[in-house]
Design a protein around this ligand. Structure first.
Ligand code: NAD
Length: 497
């Protein structure tokens, strides 16, 4: 029987029977689930519910709002297995990887629990004779989130816990490719005591997103996804007078210096390049080896290590990574490997035809290692978003850094070295938003903020953490005097000083 994933509006699960599309299990290639694709009217209904819930939620004390998040965190932990199963079935990532994603999402809920502290504002006494001044951070109103397929639990939790504790109400449009875990998580909020209408989910595609970008009741939009869509979202939301942060795609390079501990670098690169089938915006997809000696050792050690990797179904925790998200994406990833080969690169480990017993129709791509890649190749310029590690050989650290700084994306990067001076120079001068020093996936913890540079982020404020609080609130500064009774001041025509 086919199950249909609907919408969550004003605390009710609904299906508007407008349009729908299949959700696949990428490990089997089959589908027993449909996702409803919301109409304009359904999205407007969700915005109306959020708008109606706003006045009371805005006035709910921050401590009470935070208590909902404390309960929500407990429910997420209690239901972690169910959530990870739903992620695995529709995304394909292995259970241990899904558990890691969920944990990083929960950390954002934990950060949101500190709302009373985060929203204390700033106060100055006696800025003038008998005058006090303070700044408050007030909620915006209805805010929207639009999220990608690759982290159906974590990325939505970069957004709505913080937005909600800041006093906003929320409409989330998750990825239509793996919607079930996100909807399940949102339903836990009701159990945690969140009033109806504060959190709403509309499943859908461009038709739904267009409403969120143009309806004047939506005050801000957080987006995470690919760069062409991020750019469109930022331009459209901004043109419609909304605050917007739009996080886009990536091409993350790791520099392997001649002095690096290559065995350690290879271990780190294995997980960072192939974990989650390379479908992470922080995946390390290019290793830049400085000098042929480092490159040769890297290739040999990596090739040997890759022989032990296993690709397979999400429910078998001994697998290292699973399939890619769709058949079309599988073909796209294989197409990039073909093009690298055509353009002169050497395929050292070829994952184009992996054998996964019992899952012959799954969307699998095996771990692939490509040497002698150049910056002119299509496979280097584009984000592949698959389990493919490309190696570029350069002669110096300066050349490696120039390569990274010239790339259109600037999300994450890493340097493997034992030289502190080189590492400091690297972190100081590299044009990338998140930098690792012997740390392959430098995803900031929840009390910092996440964001890339260049065409990996459109907007001023990064996601979650301190920047998230600023994004989901507007500053109001109040200057106050209570004159003593009977005291009158004369009019003054000079600027107050
Ligand atoms: P995507 O851009 O295809 O989709 C993201 C969201 O946008 C989805 O909800 C989708 O329904 C919606 N969307 C798609 N086309 C649209 C259109 N024409 N108009 C309006 N909305 C549209 O991205 P994806 O394939 O789901 O996710 C993978 C991409 O996300 C990769 O590029 C990855 O690097 C990026 N990503 C970035 C970060 C980051 O923090 N920078 C994090 C995770 C993923």
């Amino acid at each position: 029987m086919t199950n249909t994933v609907g919408h969550l509006i004003n605390g009710e699960l609904i299906n508007d029977n407008h349009r729908s599309q299949a959700v696949f299990n990428p490990a089997t290639g089959g589908s027993d689930t449909q996702v409803a694709l919301a109409s304009k009217q359904t999205v407007e209904q969700a915005i109306s519910a959020a708008q109606a819930a706003f006045p009371e939620w805005r006035n709910t004390p921050p401590m009470k709002r935070a208590r909902v998040m404390f309960r929500f965190k407990e429910l997420l932990e209690k239901n972690a297995d169910t959530i990870c199963q739903l992620i695995g079935k529709e995304h394909g990532k292995i259970s241990h990887d899904a558990a890691g994603e969920l944990q990083r999402g929960i950390e954002n809920v934990e950060f949101a629990c500190s709302a009373p502290e985060l929203l204390k504002g700033e106060h100055s006494r006696n800025v003038g004779p008998g005058i006090d001044s303070w700044s408050e951070f007030q909620a915006l109103g209805v805010v929207a989130g639009i999220t990608p397929f690759n982290f159906p639990a974590m990325v939505p939790m970069w957004m709505f816990p913080l937005a909600i504790v800041c006093g906003n109400t929320f409409v989330l449009k998750p990825s239509e490719r793996d919607p079930s875990s996100t909807l399940y998580i949102a339903q836990l909020l009701k159990e945690a005591g969140l009033p109806d209408g504060v959190m709403n989910i509309v499943n859908g595609d461009k038709e739904a997103v267009d409403v969120l970008l143009t309806d004047e009741r939506v005050k801000a939009v957080s987006f995470v996804g690919s760069t062409p869509i991020a750019e469109h979202i930022y331009a459209t939301a901004s043109a419609n007078g909304k605050r917007c942060q739009a996080l886009g795609g990536a091409k993350n390079h790791a520099i392997v210096m001649p002095d690096a501990d290559i065995d350690n670098a290879v271990n780190q690169l294995l997980g960072a390049a192939f974990g989650s089938s390379g479908e992470r915006c922080m995946a390390l997809s290019v290793a830049v080896a400085v000098g042929d000696e480092a490159a040769d050792k890297l290739i040999t050690t990596m090739k040997n290590a890759m022989a032990g990797l296993s690709v397979g179904v999400y429910s078998d925790a001994t697998n290292d990574f699973g399939p890619v998200i769709t058949k079309a994406h599988q073909e796209k990833v294989v197409g990039f490997i073909d093009s690298a080969e055509r353009q002169g690169a050497s395929i050292v480990v070829d994952g184009r035809a992996p054998k996964v017993a019992g899952y012959e129709n799954g969307f699998f791509v095996g771990a692939t290692l490509i040497d002698d890649v150049t910056k002119e190749m299509d496979s280097y310029k584009a984000e592949i978003f698959g389990p493919v590690l490309q190696v570029i050989r350069v002669k110096s650290m300066q050349e490696a850094m120039q390569l990274i700084n010239d790339h259109e994306y600037g999300n994450g990067t890493c340097i493997f070295t034992r030289d502190g001076e080189a590492a400091r120079y690297f972190s100081d001068h590299i044009e990338v938003g998140m930098v690792g020093i012997n740390v392959p996936l430098p995803v900031p913890v929840a009390y910092h903020s996440f964001g890339g540079w260049k065409r990996s982020l459109f907007g001023d404020l990064h996601a979650y953490g301190p920047d998230g609080v600023r994004f989901y609130t507007k500053r109001k500064t109040i200057t106050q005097r209570w004159p003593s009774s009977g005291v009158r001041e004369g009019a003054s025509f000079s600027f107050p000083s």
